[in-house]
Ligand binder design. Structure first.
Ligand code: ADP
Ligand code: DP6
Ligand code: CO
Length: 360
């Protein structure tokens, strides 16, 4: 057995408060609109990925949650791995040009890899597994290959795996700038504020179903772009204005504005799904009951004290300030006693940490 190089990383999920839904280029995963999300603590939901590279490996292989997947059957896996390899190849070239003896430049770009990835939460159930999954894959490749690119630059590589993954490359509050270029070089994630900026903000995840969704995000958004007339209006007028208002609310730590925009954007995203033909319904009766309860809670408090948001699935993410969260947890546990709930009790200052262990 020859040399084996190895890297292990974990990556967090992110939950959008301004939703990405729609592609202008499906191959490069370029979105029709910018989006903005909050990265959750890795203590509760995360992907852990280990990658090994060796001159002895004959093919690239990947195991997801213990089951081997065919890498070549997934254009997204091939695209993200190939893009990272090209960056490594450029680095090896540079090392040689810089006078490092050729025999000291490790030709990792030429070696096949074995990837082992585990999600510690339901996969493909609307809890952003594609986001943490591809962010972990690309971070692990970045670590293994010792890539010099910035996190925003690497977010472009995560983006070609799954759009939402580019935002999981950062902790805190993250925008994915749609960009305008056809080659996608300006379609990347930037951090709007780090986690310490707003430590009182917390997220509660209510799992209404951990089943795999009937319509994947990729397929759903493609049908929406092709058939919904409401969607065009959302992209043209609503989202650009909400992006600005949301950034301002975050900068000012204005929870009421943050919460109202979050709920309105989730509602519009699901309205656009219903306007798709044939219609797509990701929310179920439990999701709708949770939304109703949040509005009732807000009325009782006389202020917008909590916000719900739903991705492409029935599971709710509730945002609230720490001072209101205990009451909300009690309320949800009382009203939905049989629901399985996961409570991230706090965000951490560094929600995205890398455990780097390349071995020779
Ligand atoms: P979700 O709401 O969970 O993001 P999607 O439909 O967007 O659901 O994506 C689910 C798909 O993402 C999975 O079927 C799988 O192809 C991919 N995926 C999920 N987790 C990982 C992972 N850890 N590594 C690689 N790909 C993953
Ligand atoms: C509703 O990133 O999963 O969660 O780019 O096709 O992989 P692909 O889709 P994905 O879509 C996420 C949609 C969403 C909203 C969001 O995360 O912004
Ligand atoms: Co996804």
């Amino acid at each position: 057995m020859g040399k084996v190089y190895e890297a292990t990383v974990t990556a967090p999920v992110n939950i959008a408060v301004i939703k990405y839904w729609g592609k202008r280029d499906s191959a490069l995963i370029l979105p029709t609109n910018s989006s903005l999300s909050v990265t959750l603590s890795q203590d509760h939901l995360s992907t852990r990925t280990t990658i090994r590279a060796s001159p002895d490996f004959t093919i690239d292989r990947l195991w997801l949650n213990g089951v081997e997947e065919d890498i070549n059957a997934s254009k997204r896996l091939v695209n993200s791995i190939t893009t990272a390899r090209k960056l490594r190849e450029a680095l090896e070239e540079k090392q040689k040009q810089d006078g490092i003896p050729a025999e000291s430049v490790v030709p990792l770009s030429q070696w096949k890899i074995h990837v082992c990835s585990e999600n510690n939460f339901p996969t493909a159930a609307g809890l952003a597994s594609s986001a943490s999954g591809y962010a972990a894959l690309v971070s692990a490749l970045g670590t293994l290959y010792e890539l010099p690119q910035t996190t925003s630059e690497l977010s472009r590589v995560a983006r070609v795996g799954s759009g939402s993954a580019c935002r999981s490359m950062f902790g805190g509050f993250v925008a994915w700038q749609a960009g305008i270029a056809d080659d996608g070089h300006d379609s990347l994630a930037v951090q709007v504020a780090d986690r310490q900026h707003w430590p009182e903000l917390q997220a509660l995840i209510l799992v209404a179903s951990d089943k795999k969704k009937a319509v994947s995000s990729t397929a759903g958004m493609q049908t929406t772009v092709e058939t919904s007339s409401l969607f065009a209006e959302r992209v043209r007028t609503v989202v650009p204005q909400r992006m600005e208002a949301m950034k301002e609310a975050i900068a000012k730590r204005d929870f009421e504005t943050f919460a109202e925009i979050t709920m309105r954007d989730s509602n519009q995203f699901h309205a656009v799904c219903l306007d798709t033909y044939p219609p797509i319904s990701y929310m179920n009766d439990t999701s709708r009951a949770v939304a109703g309860l949040v509005h009732a809670f807000n009325s009782a408090r006389g202020r917008t004290a909590a916000a719900y948001t739903y991705d492409a699935g029935p599971n709710a993410v509730i945002y609230a300030l720490k001072s209101d969260m205990r009451d909300l947890v009690e309320l949800f546990t009382y009203c939905f006693p049989r629901e399985d709930s996961i409570l991230p009790d706090a965000f951490y200052p560094d929600p995205f940490s890398i455990f780097d262990s390349p071995e020779q």
